[in-house]
Design a binder for this molecule. Structure first.
Ligand SMILES: [Zn+2]
Length: 234
């Protein structure tokens, strides 16, 4: 499996980010991002932010810091907002994302979306894990708008997760919604809970995979998929 590059993590759509003037009545609305014509606005739930923020205030005190010091004064609220963003997948319905863009098409070759950026939080330590997802399917009379696959990955990733379940959830959602001849998902992620604590294993990458249909029964399809995601065509 190929190694991940040391490039700075980039949020999807970050390159296209532009500043937005937020009207007064929408003060709780964060910066707007546009990804492939799909625009997202962060809407924070103030009640939840205050509740989570109060807990973070206690946590800051508990680790021996002074929550009143200038640099930390607004930290509880900022962390609460960040956490709400990092777990916004709970508000998304991944199957509905796919169902909104299904098309009848007699294309029957493998469709691959590779190098999808993934950012998630491990459910054991609530520390980030991040890397790449590669997704393929073989259509059976239906295809899906390509930008929806990264959105499905994100909808499952932006929750408390383990990489194994995340891989299976992406596979199962595509399989049950699109009903293709087969689905393949491979994920390669770097876990900060392994790098920063515990075994402190630097440079280790965890690879998980999940298959259905033809990808399970036909080793040639599986090999073709692995070959295509391993090649550097771009
Ligand atoms: Zn962990």
């Amino acid at each position: 499996m190929k190694r991940m590059s040391n490039k700075k993590p980039q949020l999807p759509g970050m390159a296209k980010k532009r500043s937005v003037v937020v009207p007064k009545q929408r003060r709780n609305v964060g910066p707007e991002d546009e990804v492939d014509g799909y625009s997202r606005v962060d809407v924070y739930d103030q009640k939840t932010i205050s509740r989570i923020g109060a807990h973070y205030g206690d946590i800051i005190k508990s680790i021996g810091e002074d929550p009143k010091r200038e640099g930390l004064e607004k930290t509880p609220e900022r962390v609460a907002k960040a956490l709400q963003y990092l777990t916004h997948g709970y508000d998304l319905d991944p199957a509905a994302i796919l169902k909104g863009a299904l098309f009848q098409e007699q294309y029957s070759q493998m469709v691959i979306v590779k190098d999808i950026e993934v950012y998630s939080l491990c459910e054991h330590h609530m520390l980030p894990f991040f890397g790449k997802a590669h997704v393929a399917y073989i259509p059976d009379g239906r295809i899906v708008g390509l930008s929806k696959i990264p959105r499905v990955v994100d909808a499952f990733a932006r929750r408390l997760q383990v990489q194994e379940r995340l891989t299976n959830e992406i596979r199962d959602c595509i399989h049950s919604t699109l009903k293709p001849l087969g689905v393949a998902v491979v994920m390669e992620c770097d876990h900060l809970c392994m790098r920063m604590r515990g075994v402190q294993k630097q440079n280790s990458v965890t690879t998980t995979s999940a298959f259905t249909g033809i990808f399970l029964s036909d080793h040639r399809s599986r090999e073709e998929f692995i070959k295509l995601i391993s090649s550097k065509l771009h």
